[in-house]
Structures are given as C-alpha cells and as structure tokens.
Design a protein around this ligand. Sequence first.
Ligand code: ATP
Length: 140
Amino acid sequence: MKKSYAVIGLGRFGGSICKELSREGKEVLALDSDEDKVNEFKEIASDAVIADATDEAALKELGFRNIDHVIVAIGDNIHASILTTLILKELGIKRLTVKAQNDYHEKVLNKIGADEIVHPERDMGKRIAHSIISSNVLDY
Ligand code: ATP
C-alpha cells in the first residue's frame, strides 16, 4: 500500500517538505490553522485543510490514525508543537518527525516519543560551514 504523509505547519520548513513530497508523487495531507497558508497548498498537496493541530477530535476526524508518517513543523509555538506531538503519539502514528526550536524543546519531544527531531536552521548552518571548509581546502 502507498505510504501516506501529513505535514502540520506550512511555514518555510513545513511548506518546503510538503512541496517536495508532493513533487515526488507522495500522498500528502497539508494542515495549518492559517487559511491563507492552506489555500497556497490546495493545488500542491493531495489534500489541504484548516485545523488546529492541538484539537484531538479534529485530528481524529481527519483520519490521522491512518497516516504513516507525520511531520510536525510548528515553529514558534512550542506549546502547540508539544501538545500536537503528544496527541499524535497517542493516536499511534508510526513515525513522527518534529521540528525543535531549542534544546529544551528537543528534550521534551524526546521524552514523549518523537521518532526524529530536527533543527533545520542549526543543521543547515553546520552543513554549510562544512561545505565552506571543504571548498576552502580545494582552493588552497
Ligand atoms: P518557518 O521557519 O518554517 O517559516 P516558523 O519556525 O516561523 O516556520 P511558525 O511560523 O511559528 O514557524 O509556524 C509554522 C506554521 O505552523 C505557521 O504557518 C502556523 O500557522 C502553523 N501553526 C502554528 N500553530 C498551529 C496549530 N496549533 N495548528 C496548526 N497549525 C499551526
């Protein structure tokens, strides 16, 4: 059976994941509480819905239980990110990738069972620093 994905939070990070998965032909449910963001993804994702991800009943109604991999890309609102992760964990989602804002956020996400925790800005900064070093090595 085809693997299904959901992206919660359609900011720059979540939006880019959603676009790439869709471009690769994956089935993606895009969700955000902001109507304008959701409208942007109506033509891109398989389905795009306006909902508050901290509303357990809404996630159940949307059939989140049957989604294989959920990406929680809520940034600034750490409280919403943690609560959403907890609800998804309790719904029994097989794989959860969550964006962390700082080390304390990461610790909590670890404790509640997020499978993969990412710090996009920090990770990209590290990668670029290494690529700068290796291009300098080639220069000299
Ligand atoms: P980026 O750097 O990826 O642009 P960010 O770190 O600035 O994102 P935010 O803009 O805070 O992160 O959040 C990303 C998205 O998550 C926003 O589009 C916001 O509307 C959405 N969001 C925040 N809280 C919720 C929620 N409770 N339910 C659904 N979506 C939410």
